[in-house]
Write a new protein. Sequence first.
Lengths: 404, 404
Amino acid sequence: MPRTDPARILADLQAMRDFGRFKTGVHRPSLSEPDVAARRWFAERLEAAGLEARIDGIGSVFGFSRASGPKLLTGSHVESQNKAGWLDGPLGLIYGLEAARAFAQDPETRDLGIDVAAWFDEEGHFGSFLGSRSYVGLLDEDEIDGARNRYDGTPLRDALERAGYGGRERVTHEPGRHVGYLEAHIEQGDTLESTGLKIGVVTAIVAIWQYRITAEGAQNHAGTTSMARRRDAGLALVRLLGAIDRRFPEIAGERTVWTCGRITLEPGAPSIIPGRAEALFQFRDADPATLTRLDAALRELIAEANRTGPCPLTLEVMGQSTPALMDGRLQDCIEGAAGGRSMRLPSGAGHDAQYLARVMPAAMLFVPSIGGISHHWTEDTAEEDIVLGAQVFADAAERMLRGA
Amino acid sequence: MPRTDPARILADLQAMRDFGRFKTGVHRPSLSEPDVAARRWFAERLEAAGLEARIDGIGSVFGFSRASGPKLLTGSHVESQNKAGWLDGPLGLIYGLEAARAFAQDPETRDLGIDVAAWFDEEGHFGSFLGSRSYVGLLDEDEIDGARNRYDGTPLRDALERAGYGGRERVTHEPGRHVGYLEAHIEQGDTLESTGLKIGVVTAIVAIWQYRITAEGAQNHAGTTSMARRRDAGLALVRLLGAIDRRFPEIAGERTVWTCGRITLEPGAPSIIPGRAEALFQFRDADPATLTRLDAALRELIAEANRTGPCPLTLEVMGQSTPALMDGRLQDCIEGAAGGRSMRLPSGAGHDAQYLARVMPAAMLFVPSIGGISHHWTEDTAEEDIVLGAQVFADAAERMLRGA
């Protein structure tokens, strides 16, 4: 049975925190200077653990096991959201690294292989899940050619070149090599914290259905245009968002979430009636039937508004992903390793596991997030929970490999 | 009886259109190159009409009558809104200039004086009614020191210096010189057009009560934060705007208008629950009791939301102006001159006349706007309406001066 080393785990996590430290969190955008340095450091740690380390042409870091027996792929990511938390990404990497070290130190597990992957740009500074999509064969060269940093517009090709990864081959999935994929992550919610349980066994990664809703009105003077005559695009959008707010709770699933993250009124001046208005709206659920029902309701509310209102509303689908189911046997392995301290729950956030699930059985393990805080520099997890999670991760990995 | 010259009026208006022409309109921000050139040109036209022309230290252009008899002050503005209409401003200037010329040409009116003023920055590129407020004594040096161009941040002092107006004295109101103030403007609405009448006699300039409404929530992950746990500042704001939309029609006056011109959600990303949201909201009416009633209702709706909602809403007053009543006798003079083709109506837009009304009897005359379009380059008025308006303006001016 593998024995993980709490001091070593915490020291490695703290070391990663130094790459782009921001208050108690980190600011480590993909291919920024601290990010490239962290990738180099992580590759060295993998090599030191006896793995064959490599950074590929899309910037993903790999550590390949030299063990003779069956292998499990583990993974997470190096980069962070802007000015965000220190564990979102690194926790899963260090768990994989520590499992490989613990396996190698124990004669009983020495032959079982742990591969470790740090998937490039899970946080989406340049695109959407570029590293894991590249690995499973869902990223073509054209998309890489066109990808740019969403904040400063730097072409991804230039950034890869500058990091020294330009022209390298991309590592892709080798059928038959792995019994499955295991990814650990902080929960980013407060379900574990509020129940007192320590391990989340992820049942599915929810789908995100994302839309742009646009209202077309008539820009005019806010003083001289009577209420009867105006066609206020902003008001049309506010009314639709109000209708969604009343309708969705009636038809949503128990864990459905929906969000309007951005509203833009044009031209956006205090004394001008908005001639155009736009909202970004999304909902998430793990159940396809619920997603379909909400989509239909949204279209119905817009059609209803268009029958009466003076500002035509249009709906543009930005993305409609499919829920990714986690493998049942691998879930049992985590649950068994957790010894009664676990609960099953879906992941409301997207993770690389949703792409790995397309080519092999995949599973995810959550540890508690203090206050459920995520994507903020105050994000944190209690040390004892980090340490416990690493041991459950290694035990679950052994079960997965033994059962194969 | 003064005889205005249609060809001369239209030629002067077309000449002004050439300063910063944009499609069929103009782009002539205050103290931009075309604006400074237009000021120089207008001063030359005033001088050519026999007036004593002068551009003062705040950039207002004046033409002072040399007539011996009573004098009427007329005025409007040179600069335009960005990429906006060609008549918004110039119409009133050329009407004043033409009245001065027509008076001078007729022995019967030669002794009656028309002063012409082009008030600086009525359109608010650097501040709020800077020229007319300077003239009536409501603009101190500190405000000028602090004023900056709202688009590019250029200090007003620098822009005045570059235009050549730096260090000049500011012209201020000379008590006793004028029998009153008359300003002509396009209606900017469609009331005249829809009634078929040609002249609007303004009864009052409405007050604008303007607010910033802020909601404070908790920024969090849009996937992992349950609906029950989230504190969505954007949703709180949408709910308030919906409540205003339901409540205001029940208590507003017949001509009240209200507008939300800008909504900002922070951080404004599709997958982040807004932690902060802000709206700019205003309403306008000529009746103080209506304004007070709407202000109370707005505060009540916010208090109600704060009793139940998880995101505290706060209301910040950005401005609460006073309705400016136009002088009764001067209104009668316009109505008399219009010969049955006029109607009385309030102005929903602000005009320099609201500040002139503080120091002398003031009046405004509207001509029709095609389609009620305003603050857009397609703004226009039929030539026959422009020409008729100029004659009514001159006739009304004579009545105002004779009755004094």
